[in-house]
Write a protein that binds this ligand. Structure first.
Ligand SMILES: *Cc1c(COP(=O)(O)O)cnc(C)c1O
Length: 432
């Protein structure tokens, strides 16, 4: 498989080159030159396949000859090595629980796959690689966990001090070994800014092999297709494919789902469930794409004002607005609606949604109201314990206290406090 840059100014590359580079030299996102088609036979008899076999079949065309089959199968087996159950909430709504991985969020899938691919590609490479990543919460833990103990790789995670939850902080700061947590006296945007500066600092990049592990990397984006197939495997009513609601921020997750659908996975419709950051819902109404600064919400992993992966969604549809609208709808949900949904669903159905899943739940309800008789699923992208105080506020009782305490038990926090100043970061990177 070859990948071209969406900015069309850089040469095409294979899977290995795209994974190592992350972004094309012209700053475009890489996109597969052809979209694989899965045979009908496979989809119709999907129950007969193991998760490992499905994942291999889905990813193999994208990897091509970059990784030998037996190595790729090993990588895939480790990537999907936890439960991904489809749990009914109501008669018409189920939850695809993507939070049973090591850091309790769906990003584990992409991060595990990517880190293992990179580890394979860098074997025998004598130059040490530094993975640099800024996080507002979930990405840092998933990436740190994915790369933990991988030989020849040092991981540096920048996170804003006091602005991530207790569980998220523990996931970044308690691993040790090759994982370095930089606790920045500043905001997420400050962290992101310093990371960007490091990548353009030629003095630094001439000394260090720096790479990023953000969600535009093809090795993080593409494996997210796996769980859409696992969901369909568990979907009972094969005659009526599901409406799938995806809590969306940077649009990597939903873009992978749409890719799976274009490759042959039956889906009735997709919903991009957004919070107050509503560039895409507005675009689908007006056909005007207008990026805005992000606004803070209680579903903060989706506080994105200019979703990086949306250009990939457009590319799947060859930039045709009509084709896109047939497959995708989008809703913007307020914090007040999100809190109400968490409360209602817990009281009426004894199911605890996290704030991101709750945004997806409401968006799905709205779409289902337009299509009586249809059924759907919401992707529950993180475990509620990761956002515990937010949920306690809503329910008035701390039903997750025990689970949170258990998760924080081994909490030997090791972080390097850092001022919001690029030269401090540079100094630390050179010392590693
Ligand atoms: C990252 C994240 C999202 C947004 O996913 P995108 O692929 O960026 O759209 C949603 N929910 C949670 C819990 C996340 O961590």
């Amino acid at each position: 498989m070859l990948y071209y840059s969406l900015n069309k100014q850089s040469p095409t590359v294979d899977f290995k080159q795209a994974t190592i580079a992350g972004q094309a030299p012209d700053k475009g996102l890489y996109f597969p030159a052809t979209l694989p088609q899965l045979d009908k036979e496979f989809i119709e008899h999907i129950e007969q396949y193991s998760k490992e076999a499905i994942a291999f079949k889905v990813i193999k065309p994208y990897v091509g000859d970059s990784i030998p089959d037996e190595v790729l199968q090993g990588i895939v087996n480790e990537t999907v090595n936890f439960d991904i159950p489809l749990v009914p909430i109501t008669e018409s709504i189920s939850s695809l629980e993507l939070f049973h991985g090591p850091t309790l969020a769906f990003k584990d899938i992409g991060a595990r796959f990517m880190s293992r691919c990179l580890g394979h590609f860098l074997k025998g490479n004598h130059k040490k690689v530094t993975v640099l990543v800024a996080t507002s919460g979930d990405t840092g833990g998933a990436v740190a966990n994915g790369f933990y103990g991988v030989d020849g790789v040092e991981v540096v995670v920048l996170y804003p001090s006091g602005k991530v939850s207790a569980v998220q902080e523990a996931q970044i700061t308690t691993l040790g070994k090759n994982i370095h947590a930089l606790e920045v006296d500043g905001s997420f945007d400050d962290c992101q800014q310093m990371v960007k500066q490091a990548f353009t600092d030629t003095e630094l990049t001439s000394q260090l092999f720096l790479t990023s592990a953000n969600s535009i990397n093809v090795a993080r984006w593409l494996p997210q297709q796996f769980y859409y197939f696992f969901a369909y495997q568990q979907w009972k009513d094969k005659g009526h494919p599901p409406i799938i609601s995806v809590p969306s921020g940077n649009f990597g997750n939903i873009c992978a789902g749409i890719l799976a659908h274009v490759s042959g996975l039956p889906v009735q419709h997709f919903i991009a469930a957004c919070n107050a950051n509503k560039v895409v819902p507005d675009y689908l109404l007006t056909q005007q794409y207008e990026p805005k600064p992000a606004v803070a919400t209680i579903s903060n992993a989706m506080d994105v004002g200019n979703p990086s992966n949306f250009v990939r969604v457009l590319e799947i549809f060859h930039q045709e607005f009509g084709s896109l609208k047939n497959v995708l709808s989008s809703y913007s949900i307020t914090d007040a609606e999100t809190k109400q949904a968490i409360k209602d669903v817990y009281q009426q159905h004894q199911y605890l949604l996290d704030p991101h899943g709750a945004v997806g739940y409401i968006a799905l309800q709205r779409e289902l109201a337009k299509h009586p008789g249809s059924k759907g699923m919401v992707l529950e992208t993180a475990h509620p314990v990761k956002f515990n105080p937010a949920i306690m506020d809503i329910l008035g009782e701390n039903i997750l206290a025990e689970k949170e305490a258990a998760l924080l038990l081994d909490d030997h926090k090791q972080s390097i406090p850092m001022s919001n100043d690029y030269n401090s970061l540079k100094g630390i990177l050179k010392e590693l």
